[in-house]
Design a binder for this molecule. Sequence first.
Ligand SMILES: NC(=O)c1ccc[n+]([C@@H]2O[C@H](COP(=O)([O-])OP(=O)(O)OC[C@H]3O[C@@H](n4cnc5c(N)ncnc54)[C@H](O)[C@@H]3O)[C@@H](O)[C@H]2O)c1
Length: 265
Amino acid sequence: MNNWLGLEGKVVIVTGGASGIGKHVVDTLVSVGAKAVAVDMNVETGDELDGAYCVKCNVTDVDSVQNMVDEVIKKYGRIDALVNNAGINLPRLLVDVVGEKPQYELNADSFDKMFAVNVKGVFLCAQACAKHMVKQGGGVILNMSSESGKEGSQGQSAYSATKGAVDSFTRSWAKELGKYHVRVLACAPGIMEATGLRTPAYNEALAYTRGCKPEELSTDYTKVIPLGRDGKLDEVGDLVAYLVSDRASYIAGTTINISGGKSRG
Ligand SMILES: NC(=O)c1ccc[n+]([C@@H]2O[C@H](COP(=O)([O-])OP(=O)(O)OC[C@H]3O[C@@H](n4cnc5c(N)ncnc54)[C@H](O)[C@@H]3O)[C@@H](O)[C@H]2O)c1
């Protein structure tokens, strides 16, 4: 049944493809016969990662993104889909009312860092890939959002705002590019099993913004997630593979929620 998706030989770029959700997306795509390209700062161009071709790229840098796209075109001659997945999350309070850790109050530096990767990076990659997709007669751009983009999140307001921007890009680009057979859509994971994003520094910052210690961050998901557990990274991999395939050919301009029933999407 692997060929049900029809992704054999399709060229799919996955930014942030070396870790976490992106790596599982890459693995799923490879397993169904796609030519997955793992694009990340933490790979070397030309390397192979479990069946995926690697291209080193900093998605915040316009020249780096253009070089990455040129490299993929040189190797495969086309881009069937882009999974705009690279993202960072720095938990920060708007106001550090307790006043013990001012480093966890949102400032221009942490704001700029998150918007550079999560918003500017998504824009630069989408634009560079969409130019080829329009020329070749179609393609798919799948943006990785988060349920926080719609719901908001305590201690993660700027991160949530970046994902709100991603949802908004998705709606507008779908309207601009639909007539060129380029489908633009997004998916929004909720609470997932741990990825590279959940570093000790992240846990410490998040705990402070939630008024608790890192070890007190809740892992009893039965209280907050109707399905009673966190999401598996492979479940996002499966969703993304479906969404970039022609099986999802009439889905565009929307953000598909994957949160075990926690949020409405
Ligand atoms: N993990 C979750 O629970 C969760 C939930 C909702 C949404 N998301 C979103 O999923 C995406 C992936 O997150 P993850 O949890 O797998 O994180 P992760 O840290 O495990 O992986 C992110 C990858 O992006 C790469 N990256 C970061 N900045 C980059 C840059 N400037 N250029 C190129 N690559 C860069 C990193 O090197 C890393 O390999 C993000 O957009 C995140 O916001 C994650």
